[in-house]
Design a protein around this ligand. Sequence first.
Ligand code: ZN
Length: 387
Amino acid sequence: MCYTSVYYIVGDNLRRKKLKLKKRYAYIFKFLIFIVLICLTLVCFNIHQINELRKLGYSIQASKNILLHSKKDYVVSIGENKLLNAAFESNDYKEDNLDSYSKIKYYNQENIIANINTLIDKGYSNSDISIILAHGTDYDVTQFAKKEKVKYLAEFFSIDYAKLSLYDRYLEYSRETGEDERTTVLFVNLGMDKKAYADYNIVEKFSVDMLVNKYNMLPEDFEPDDLIVIDSNYRNDDVQMGAKVAVEAFKEMYRAAAKDGLGLVINSGYRSYETQEDLCNTYRSLYGDNYVNRYVSLPGFSEHQTGLAFDIGSTSSDIFAESKEYEWMLDNSYKYGFILRFSKSNENITGFRSEPWHYRYVGKEIATYIYEHNISFEEYYAMFLDN
Ligand code: ZN
């Protein structure tokens, strides 16, 4: 064998080896491309599915979890649903409760999913849970969920302004008094299951819709905004003051009454804490505690300290309840933002005997509602103002 042929044989082997390697690399390369293509397809498909869920109103995080739990078809069949979105965003998500999540009404509460899980475990129905969530804050619901399952849920909470946090007091009050649910919720919300003048809120901020009564007290140094002296045309011979907003409304009412040939007069306007204290002491020494309790507010608990309440008289009669002005006021005062505060029909709510002369400025909108629905200011407050 000559060197030339040896050289060819070695060269041929090398070429074959190189060719083999080339083929192997090409094969690996193709395989990798194939894998990458599959991955890209999967990613695209995933993005497509997330986009589909996003179009239905689900967040990116919720959409990812929906796919992770293989619940896309279910979610698509339900469509947009805020609670379902919250459930898939939450670490508290429980597959067993999926159907409930889609049926319960959503509220913006931090622990809503954990609370729903607890309430389901306690045996509440989906509609019960919707009722519970509607009547409290996140904190209220969390506390309520810790209790044993309660009876009479729908009974109390069919009333819009019933509060979850007061459930135990509703139960106790209705057991003690035998009152119906509506009265129970109203009275407990107003604090009337507690002792008058003993258990009260402090009201510090002046507003035309502020509530001051035996359960809502003004601080000793409280003064109304824009306290002004009432012009002598509109009052009796004593110097009277009032909150400007109420005084201006009274003037408008006064002029309207005058057009009808009637004469209104303010017999008592703003009274400071000290003045009210003196008044109570005088009445107490003359008539005793019972009288004061039924007719006179204790200092701090009188609407007169707000500057929004006026005791109104007539220029035609010393007894206001027998005057034409009294009749006119009953029919017209709401048009100027005033309400008869202590009527015969709401004695059980206000805790005061009827006072035909005591009017309170609350603004035209509230006064009109109260007039049209024939309710007390306390009821209005419980329904619309007590947050
Ligand atoms: Zn009064």
